[in-house]
Design a protein around this ligand. Structure first.
Ligand code: SF4
Length: 686
């Protein structure tokens, strides 16, 4: 079925699961969603949607939905009215400020919330509380993309529209499993490969696309930078680099050339395990293509060297002149969550304001102060891991967690639990009683994406509308309403009576990047990419045709040496654990486990290679205990050759299995993005 069959009462909205941003027509009856149809004229999905977007809406009416605020009384969370709950939150935040100043308060905003909600959260923290302690879960996934792409090209987003990528004649897909995690994009990539584009997949696992690849490179987890250097080495030594482009539009070639002398394919084979001949073959496929494109995922970013990974991958596009030209489709991150790009675009980050202006820059603060009519604190705030460290150290006195189950999804979960226990005041805005909510003093029932208005930004920088198809249950409210109400209780007026007002204010503040954006325009055009400097100008789907956005206008090659992962296997922990997603579920599974999703994916499985299964006495479908240096989890073994010997893989959709008790505190040296992709573990049959 497509939207052609949708009755006229269907509500057009944007999928709230992955970052592809499929347009959906939602049919409702009596306040309940009865069908979700992929929009045939959807700007990104073109009539398609995956199992999550189409069918995973049963969670909306789950009996477990939070429908009233909860406040802790005598050690128990008990139902309360909104007035009492908001008064308790206001009192808790004021007490924290009295005890430790504004920087004793922090907020974790949400990549699942709308842009307008993220905008208001960061404004509340900066203007009402007076701190830059606001972050969002892009810290845990694509913060290295923002840092790396900015350093290489000037802006913190993918360089090209996916429509362009679909015209590429060579697809280099790295550290991503789009067939499961971004199924509509996975299908479009596969279609392009079947049409004849060369497909090179680099991933330690035999992911879905690898079956159709011309070349599948299987680097050891944590060795991306060496692999990219090996490919770059071949591009240079075989004369496949675009010397005219490098001379005219790039910088850093001498330093990179010197570094790459130390990464011949044979040495790269030693580090990565990828045969030297395959490194050469990949370089030739990418280097000889007329319009190559790079698409990558969390297998590049969630490493101790995540930012270096993005930058050294970007090196390949620069060396080929395949970015900012019509000779290729650049470097494009597959954002995991529906609005992980937008949450950062809106300034829900500790060091930047909406539109990525630095809080430490007095002129940027002056612009925000003029719009907000209030001072903005100049010192960058705490990143998400820093918030937990400050809570454990006793300096963070209040934490507000919005739409994220940090207790279940952040790495080294036992340490996160200690931080939440140590924090004197914890507030959660949530759909369900999550693991994090168990630690909270106040829990605020929130509306889901099908129950509210606003916009999301998808993985290729397109603003699209989110529209309310059904009302939220009981007394649940949108985060937009919650933030405005809390500000009022604290004696402040955030303005922005509606989400449209909030985006309009953001457009004024963050011009020229978002200067031409408004709800009315997005309603009219369906999707508008940023940069979009004014209402009369189209957004820029393909970036950098007129120059890079770096201070010198040139693309910057990165001469970053390979660094090993934070931890390595040894006799005690002989296997490497990689975590990721499965097709039927989304992140902590709070939405997809409720409804039919459970039938499609009933547990978190540990994928084990048959050789390792024999060695450690594991049976297919039987329980397996997994231990790391940080914790212990109990999963179900699934034996097969998708995972290489010496490696195991599991998803993180069932918090009860405790996967993130295993993962480590090691993190990207630039952005603090956790190294989810490399944890040394041992396995045993219970
Ligand atoms: Fe939603 Fe992503 Fe599936 Fe599209 S591909 S329907 S955006 S989960």
């Amino acid at each position: 079925l497509t939207s052609a069959y949708a009755p006229p009462t269907a509500t057009r909205t944007t999928c709230g699961y992955c970052g592809v941003g499929c347009a959906l027509d939602v049919v409702a009856d009596g306040g309940r969603v009865t069908a979700v149809l992929p929009a045939r004229d959807g700007p990104v999905n073109d009539g398609h949607a995956c199992v999550k977007g189409r069918f995973a809406h049963g969670f909306l009416t789950s009996p477990e939905r939070l429908t009233r605020p909860l406040v802790r009384r005598g050690g128990r969370l008990e139902p309360a009215g909104w007035d009492e709950a908001l008064e308790r939150v206001a009192r808790g935040l004021r007490a924290a400020v009295a005890a430790g100043g504004p920087d004793a308060v922090a907020a974790v905003s949400s990549a699942r919330a709308t842009n307008e909600e993220n905008y208001l959260v960061q404004k509340f923290m900066r203007v009402v509380v007076g701190t830059n302690n606001v972050d969002n879960c892009s810290r845990l996934c694509h913060s290295p993309s923002a840092a790396g792409l900015t350093a290489s090209f000037g802006l913190p987003g993918g360089t090209d529209s996916f429509d362009g990528v679909e015209r590429a004649d060579c697809l280099f897909v790295v550290g991503a499993n789009p067939v499961e995690a971004h199924p509509v994009v996975g299908a479009r990539l596969l279609r392009r490969a079947l049409e004849g584009a060369a497909l090179v997949v680099a991933d330690p696992r035999a992911v879905g696309l690898a079956v159709h690849a011309d070349l599948h490179l299987r680097p050891r987890p944590g060795t991306n930078v060496a692999l990219f250097h090996g490919i770059a080495h071949v591009l240079l030594t075989e004369g496949l680099a675009d010397t005219a482009f490098l001379r005219a539009r790039a910088t850093g070639l001498p330093e990179l050339t010197e570094l790459l002398a130390g990464y011949p394919p044979e040495r790269v084979q030693d580090i990565t395990g990828v045969p030297a001949g395959d490194v050469v073959a990949a370089a030739r496929l990418y280097g000889r293509a007329e319009r190559p494109a790079i698409v990558y995922g969390l297998g590049v970013t969630e490493h101790r060297h995540g930012t270096d990974g993005v930058r050294t991958l970007a090196n390949l596009a620069i060396l080929r002149g395949a970015v900012g030209t019509d000779r290729g489709y650049g470097v494009n991150p597959l954002r995991g969550q529906n609005n992980v790009q937008g949450a950062s675009d809106m300034g829900a980050l500790p060091d930047v304001l909406p539109g990525y202006a630095k809080v430490s820059d007095p002129s940027a603060r002056a612009v925000a102060e003029a719009v907000w009519g209030a001072p903005v604190p100049p010192r960058p705030g705490l990143r998400l891991p820093g918030m937990f460290a400050a809570a454990r150290a006793g300096t963070l006195k209040a934490l507000w967690v919005i739409g994220e189950d940090v207790r279940a999804t952040d790495p080294d979960a036992n340490r996160v639990a200690r931080a939440l226990d140590a924090c004197p005041f914890v507030v959660c805005s949530e759909l369900f009683p999550s693991e994090t909510a168990r630690h909270a003093d106040v829990v605020l029932p929130a509306a889901a994406w099908l129950e509210k208005e606003g916009t999301f930004v998808n993985f290729d920088r397109r603003f699209q509308r989110v529209r309310r198809a059904v009302p939220p249950p009981g007394e649940a409210r949108s985060d937009f309403d919650i933030v405005r109400s809390l500000a009022r209780v604290m004696g402040a007026d955030l303005g922005c009576a509606t989400p449209a007002d909030a985006l309009a204010e953001c457009a004024r503040l963050a011009a020229p990047l978002f200067g031409g954006l408004s709800h009315a325009r997005i309603d009219r055009e369906g999707a508008v990419p940023w940069p979009c400097p004014d209402p009369g100008a189209p957004g820029e789907a393909k970036l950098y045709g007129r120059g890079f956005a770096t201070p010198d206008g040139r693309a910057h090659l990165a001469a970053a040496p390979y660094l090993p992962p934070g931890e390595a296997p040894d006799d005690g922990y002989p296997l490497v654990l990689v975590t990721g997603r499965r097709w039927a579920h989304y992140n902590s599974g709070s939405m997809t486990r409720r409804g039919d999703g459970l039938a499609l994916g009933p547990a978190d499985f540990l994928d084990v290679h048959p050789e390792d299964a024999d060695r450690y006495g594991l049976r297919d479908g039987a329980p397996v205990v997994v231990e790391s240096r940080h914790g212990r989890a109990r999963l179900v073994a699934r034996i097969g050759e998708e995972t290489a010997p010496g490696q195991v893989f599991c998803a993180f959709h069932f918090p009860a299995s405790g996967v993130n008790r295993l993962t480590s505190h090691h993190a990207d040296t630039v952005t603090s993005c956790p190294e989810y992709k490399v944890t040394a573990v041992r396995v045993s049959a219970p």
